[in-house]
Design a protein around this ligand. Structure first.
Ligand SMILES: NC(=O)c1ccc[n+]([C@@H]2O[C@H](COP(=O)([O-])OP(=O)(O)OC[C@H]3O[C@@H](n4cnc5c(N)ncnc54)[C@H](O)[C@@H]3O)[C@@H](O)[C@H]2O)c1
Length: 427
């Protein structure tokens, strides 16, 4: 039996779903095939994702493939209650509402696990972690899972290294068709959109400090520049649990050569009008930075968890903590300066109501990777490891994303293929 905020909201939720469905042609095509082939027939899928309209279309697609679907939210603030109500009316078990407390949040994940799923979809790894810690009896039944975001994949990599991962998990985040577009262009547009909706303030002429120049931070910095902000990038040195790929110092250099100012946060703190964290790391903005910030500085987080801004310390340093309006809180420092925090330091681009999540077309691509990866797990026998998205799926999704926009690419000629595979020919 679903638990949502108010089932009467379902009419509006259906309208939202209709708009998303109309704009997700990739999932529509995948859904048509699923309806014929029924890859999930007799299977139960447990989902822990931001529950909003685009996610709704993914869940419908899985049902078209024959699955029974149960869903909770992967964040206490990001459920669209209208959509949750509509999905519950469509036969999906939904346990989610915006504004859950931490206990309710975990209870809802647990309720989804009560459906004894064969497959999981997670975003941030809280669901997979709960199975490993508290619902171990399910491990034998679960065929595998998909993980949506960088932070979840980072946690899973650590679990795998410690020998604790007990079923296969496909790292959806690490597919090119996901992170190149979702983390970069999706987070960029939706983060700026949410900040503008929450504050209604002008970004042009402001000094914006972006902390973390990974896929998300790069996109956010580029878009901020596009609306006329002066952007300062803060990076760190080192690789942080990842051996492959560029280190923080490479990203700092990339930011510099892209035309951004680069400095550490101690130096940026007195300059910034707006600070956006996107590191996936803990305690990024702390007491020593709050101490130096200007009156009126605005703080927002685009990283997965609400631990990038040390809100506890900010509260301790304040004489007053006040709600200003939806998604905006004011912290009055003992010296009278005001610092504003958006969306309780949670994912600003998804925290309702100002956070609407990524643009629909972006999620059409990311969720196509999810749907096809889940189908791949359902048909395979995989070891209990972190598994990359098969290259054929990654390539197929990018091809489909172009095809639905009517864009055709020509294949390389036979001569070009042979040349690219050869080493003999030179000047
Ligand atoms: N808001 C969204 O919708 C959304 C979408 C995708 C990913 N995410 C989340 O955003 C976060 C970042 O994801 P990503 O894909 O950009 O990751 P990434 O690994 O590409 O980038 C993170 C960057 O942060 C830097 N960093 C780490 N610690 C730092 C510190 N102390 N100071 C300065 N920089 C530091 C790293 O060097 C790295 O360059 C993750 O938590 C991810 O799960 C959010």
């Amino acid at each position: 039996m679903s638990k949502v905020k108010d089932s009467k909201l379902s009419k509006e939720g259906l309208e939202e779903l209709e708009w998303a469905r109309e704009n997700m042609p990739m999932l529509a095509r995948i859904g048509e095939r699923f309806e014929k082939e029924r890859p999930f027939k007799g299977m139960s899928i447990g989902v822990c994702l931001h529950l909003e309209k685009k996610t709704g279309i993914l869940l419908e697609t899985l049902m078209r493939g024959g699955a029974k679907v149960s869903a909770s939210s992967c964040n206490p603030l990001t459920t669209d209650d209208r959509v949750a109500a509509a999905l519950a009316g469509e036969g999906i078990e939904v346990y989610a509402w915006a504004g859950q407390n931490e206990k309710e949040y975990y209870q809802n994940i647990n309720r989804v696990l009560d459906s004894e799923p064969d497959l999981l979809i997670d975003d941030g790894c809280d669901q997979i972690f709960m199975v490993h810690m508290k619902r171990k009896e399910l491990i034998g039944k679960i065929k595998g899972a998909c993980e949506e975001t960088t932070t979840g994949v980072t946690r899973l990599r650590a679990m795998e290294k410690a020998g604790k991962l007990k079923f296969p998990v496909v790292a959806v985040n690490d597919a090119y068709s996901k992170f190149l577009f979702d983390n970069r262009f999706g987070t960029a547009q939706s983060t700026l959109d949410a900040i503008m909706r929450a504050t209604n303030k002008l970004l042009a002429g402001k000094t914006a400090v972006v902390i973390g120049f990974g896929w998300c931070g790069r996109g956010i910095s580029e878009r901020l520049r596009g609306v006329g902000a002066n952007v300062i990038v803060v990076e760190t040195s080192g690789r942080l649990g990842r051996e492959e790929g560029p280190a923080g110092q490479h990203k700092a250099l990339e930011a510099l050569y892209s035309g951004f100012r680069v400095m550490n946060l101690e130096d940026a703190a007195p300059e910034g009008d707006l600070f956006i964290t996107s590191t996936g790391n803990i305690n990024i903005i702390t007491k020593k930075h709050f101490e130096k910030m200007k009156d009126g500085a605005i703080l927002a987080n685009a990283g997965h968890f609400n631990n990038e801004i040390d809100i506890g310390e900010l509260a301790k340093m304040s004489s007053k903590r006040q709600r200003v309006k939806e998604n905006v809180e004011r912290f009055v420092m003992k010296d009278g300066r005001r610092i504003y925090l958006l969306s309780e330091g949670r994912l600003v681009n998804l925290a309702r109501p100002s956070g609407q999540g990524h643009p629909i077309e972006i999620m059409d691509g990311s969720f196509s990777v999810q749907a096809l990866s889940l189908e791949f797990i359902s048909k395979s026998r995989l070891p209990p490891k972190l598994i990359p998205v098969p290259r054929e799926i990654d390539d197929e999704v990018a091809e489909l994303a172009l095809a639905v926009k009517g864009i055709k690419l020509s294949k390389p000629t036979k001569e070009q293929q042979e040349y690219a595979a050869s080493w003999e020919e030179g000047t």
